[in-house]
Design a protein around this ligand. Structure first.
Ligand code: PEP
Length: 256
């Protein structure tokens, strides 16, 4: 493991929160994670409407919680109604941008080619893409989990990112369901991701953090954090409760 693989826990708030809720949650997350700052990178990814507000609150607090977005457009600017560019997200104070979340791949028909272009746009803006990969339940049942994740990886990861890239393995069937793969299954996919990254030119496979996502909660975080090649977590539902999110960050900080 290289020192670029400090544990990293990111909270994906999805389409949740109005201004008051977002401010309260960001303030509580900052209060729930101060001790982890030395051992674990922490980010929250609110909906686009809250990025500026939450970013300002995090800056006022001055803590170590970074800001991330949940998606971006490929273009820099122009006639793209409703879209938000990576440069605009950088201007709002973001450090990370999630791309290729399965909810976008499914709900918006995003292909790996588009996810690749979005990840490149994020790098162009000087930010760090969190590129999501993961098989459906049917694909796992057919014994195709590794093949699907490998295909998504080679189609979605941009070249020449060095170590400025995060990958998140999120089995679609584990997202928001309370079900998780076994520790051996997670280890197998993460090992596969690490090996397959060697085939992407201009990236350093040993230096890139590979997060696990899908029903991570305080009760399973310590076990997941101990799995080889798991460098952190992408957390959905549990990131909406500051106490739970703080406990998950603590588990990853302690796993160093
Ligand atoms: C997610 O959607 O990225 C996620 C991991 O969700 P949950 O933790 O709720 O399964």
């Amino acid at each position: 493991m290289t020192d670029t693989r400090r544990p990293f826990v990111a909270g994906n708030w999805k389409m949740n929160g109005l201004r008051a809720d977002g401010l309260a949650l960001a303030t509580s997350v900052a209060a729930a994670t101060p001790e982890q700052a030395d051992q674990c990178d922490v980010a929250i990814c609110p909906p686009a409407t809250l990025l500026a507000t939450v970013g300002e609150r995090l800056a006022e607090i001055g803590g170590a919680v970074a800001l991330g977005a949940q998606d971006c457009a490929v273009a820099v600017h122009g006639a793209h109604t409703g879209d938000i560019s990576a440069e605009m997200l950088a201007d709002t104070g973001c450090r990370y941008v999630i791309v290729g979340h399965s909810e976008r791949r499914v709900d918006h028909g995003e292909t790996s080619a588009l996810v690749h272009d979005k990840a490149q746009a994020v790098l162009r803006a000087g930010l760090i893409p969190i590129v999501c990969l993961g098989e459906t339940e049917a694909e796992r049942d057919q014994g195709r989990a590794l093949a699907i994740v490998g295909e998504q990886l080679s189609g979605s990861l941009p070249n020449d990112a060095g170590s400025a890239l995060v990958v998140a393995y999120e089995p679609v069937w584990a997202i928001g369901t309370g079900r998780t793969p076994t520790e051996d299954e997670i280890a197998e996919v993460h090992r596969h991701i690490r090996n397959e990254m060697a085939g992407v030119s201009g990236i350093d496979p040993d230096a890139i953090r590979v997060l696990y996502g899908g029903s991570v909660k305080p009760a399973n975080a310590t076990a997941i954090a101990a799995i080889e090649n798991v460098d952190g977590a992408l957390v959905g539902g549990a990131s909406l409760k500051a106490e739970d999110f703080g406990a998950i960050c603590q588990s990853f900080a302690e796993a160093v």
